[in-house]
Design a protein around this ligand. Structure first.
Ligand SMILES: NC(=O)C1=CN([C@@H]2O[C@H](COP(=O)(O)OP(=O)(O)OC[C@H]3O[C@@H](n4cnc5c(N)ncnc54)[C@H](OP(=O)(O)O)[C@@H]3O)[C@@H](O)[C@H]2O)C=CC1
Ligand SMILES: C[C@H]1O[C@H](OP(=O)(O)OP(=O)(O)OC[C@H]2O[C@@H](n3cnc4c(=O)[nH]c(N)nc43)[C@H](O)[C@@H]2O)[C@@H](O)[C@@H](O)C1=O
Length: 316
C-alpha cells in the first residue's frame, strides 16, 4: 500500500453494490481501470434488503472496501408516488450493507446519498453544513430522510467503532446506463427521450413537466465515478462530501439544450399541473475540490454523448 493510498490498497478488492445502475456501472468501470478488483452481485443473486444474506456474503468475500450505490432511485414523480418504497427499501439496504460491512471487518465504505437531503430553501450554493437546518422538499421527503439516516449511520459507526466509513452527496447525475422510462426517470433522460421521439414522429409540440423555472445542476456520471475514486483514496472525515459541478441552469435552459442536441424543431409546452420540486439545489463543492478533483465533461458534450449512447443502444 503506497502512502498516497493509505486508506485503500493500490489493488483493492471492492464490492460495488448496485453495479448495474447508472452510478454503480460507472464506478465499476472507473475502479477497474484504476487497477482494482471489483466484486459484484446482481439483485437476483443477492437482495441487499436481506440483512442476514448480505452480512454472510460480505463475511465470505471480505472486500477491502464497499461502495454503496444500490438504492431505490427515481425522478420527481416516482418519488412522490411511491414514498413507502423510497423510504423502506433505502433504509433496509443501508442497514444491511453498512452494518454487514462492519460485522465482516470491511475497512472502507463509501455511502452515496443525494443533494435532496438539504432543506428546500437552503442558502445557495449549499454547503454540507446545511444538513438538518430546515424543512425538506415534500416531493422527495421519504427518500431524503432515508438518505439522512444513512449519513447518521455512517457517522455512528465512525464514532462508536472508529470505522473508516464516509458519505458523499451527489447532485443530479446523467450518462450512459441512465433510466429512460418516462414515468420514473429523472429529467435529463426524460427530455432526451421526449425530444427524440417527437422528432421521429414529426410531433408539433413536446410537453414537459412543471414551470421550467427550477434550477438544477447536472454532473456526468463518469465525473462522479472519478470523485468516488478520489474519496476512497483520500477522504476519511465524518462530514458528508458534496459532489457537483459548481454550475446550474433552469429546466427551461436544459430543455433548449436537449432540443438542439436532438435536432427537434417543434414547440415546447409546460404542464404546470406537474410538480416543480425544489426551486434550486446548487452544491458548494469546495470540500471535494480541496482534494484535487474537478469535473471534466461539459454539460452539452455529456448530453450529446448520452444521446448517442441511448439512440444507438436502446431507442426504438
Ligand atoms: N441518478 C441520480 O441522479 C442520482 C443518484 N444518486 C445516488 O446514487 C446511487 C445510485 O443511483 P443510480 O445509479 O442513479 O440508481 P439506479 O436505479 O440506476 O441503480 C440502482 C442500483 O441498485 C440496485 N438495487 C436496488 N435495490 C436493490 C436491492 N434490494 N438489492 C440489490 N440491488 C438493488 C439496482 O439493481 P437492478 O439493476 O437489479 O435494478 C441498480 O443496480 C443511489 O444511492 C442514489 O441515491 C444521488 C444523486 C443523484
Ligand atoms: C437527483 C434528485 O432527483 C429528484 O429530484 P428532482 O431534481 O426534482 O427530479 P427530476 O429530475 O425528476 O426533475 C427535475 C425537474 O425537472 C422537471 N421536469 C420537466 N419535465 C420532466 C420530465 O419529463 N420528467 C421529469 N422527471 N422531470 C421533468 C421536474 O418537474 C422538476 O422541476 C429527487 O426526487 C431525487 O431522486 C434526487 O435525489
Amino acid at each position: 500500500m503506497s502512502e498516497a493510498n493509505a486508506l485503500l490498497p493500490d489493488r483493492a478488492r471492492i464490492f460495488v453494490a448496485g453495479h448495474r445502475g447508472l452510478v454503480g456501472s460507472a464506478v465499476t468501470r472507473r475502479l477497474t481501470a484504476d487497477g482494482h478488483e471489483v466484486i459484484t452481485r446482481g439483485r437476483g443473486e443477492l437482495d441487499l434488503r436481506d440483512a442476514a444474506r448480505t452480512e454472510a456474503f460480505l463475511r465470505e468475500q471480505r472486500p477491502d472496501a464497499v461502495v454503496l450505490a444500490a438504492a431505490k432511485v427515481g425522478g420527481i414523480m416516482a418519488n412522490s408516488t411511491y414514498p413507502v418504497q423510497f423510504l423502506e427499501d433505502n433504509l433496509r439496504i443501508q442497514l444491511s450493507v453498512i452494518a454487514g460491512a462492519h460485522a465482516a471487518g470491511v475497512g472502507r465504505l463509501l455511502f452515496l446519498g443525494s443533494s435532496c437531503i438539504y432543506p428546500k430553501h437552503a442558502p445557495q450554493p449549499i454547503s454540507e453544513d446545511a444538513l438538518l437546518t430546515g424543512p425538506l422538499e415534500p416531493t422527495n421527503e421519504a427518500y431524503a430522510l432515508a438518505k439522512i439516516a444513512g449519513i447518521v449511520q455512517v457517522q455512528s459507526y465512525r464514532r462508536q467503532y472508529g470505522a473508516s466509513f464516509v458519505s458523499a452527496m451527489p447532485t443530479n447525475l446523467y450518462g450512459p446506463g441512465d433510466n429512460f422510462d418516462l414515468e420514473t426517470s429523472h429529467v435529463l433522460p426524460a427530455l432526451i427521450r421526449r425530444f427524440h421521439e417527437a422528432r421521429r414522429d414529426g410531433a408539433p409540440e413536446v410537453v414537459l413537466w412543471g414551470s421550467g423555472s427550477p434550477r438544477r445542476e447536472f454532473l456526468h456520471v463518469d465525473d462522479l465515478a472519478a470523485a468516488c475514486a478520489v474519496l476512497l483514496r483520500a477522504y476519511d472525515g465524518e462530514e458528508p462530501v458534496n459532489i457537483g459541478c459548481g454550475d446550474d441552469l433552469t429546466i427551461r435552459e436544459l430543455a433548449e439544450t436537449v432540443r438542439e442536441v436532438t435536432g427537434y424543431e417543434g414547440a415546447v409546452a409546460w404542464d404546470t399541473s406537474k410538480p416543480d420540486g425544489t426551486p434550486r439545489k446548487l452544491l458548494d463543492i469546495s470540500r471535494l475540490s480541496s482534494l484535487g478533483w474537478k469535473p471534466q465533461i461539459p454539460l452539452r458534450d455529456g448530453i450529446a454523448a448520452t444521446y448517442r449512447w441511448w439512440r444507438d443502444d436502446c431507442a426504438v
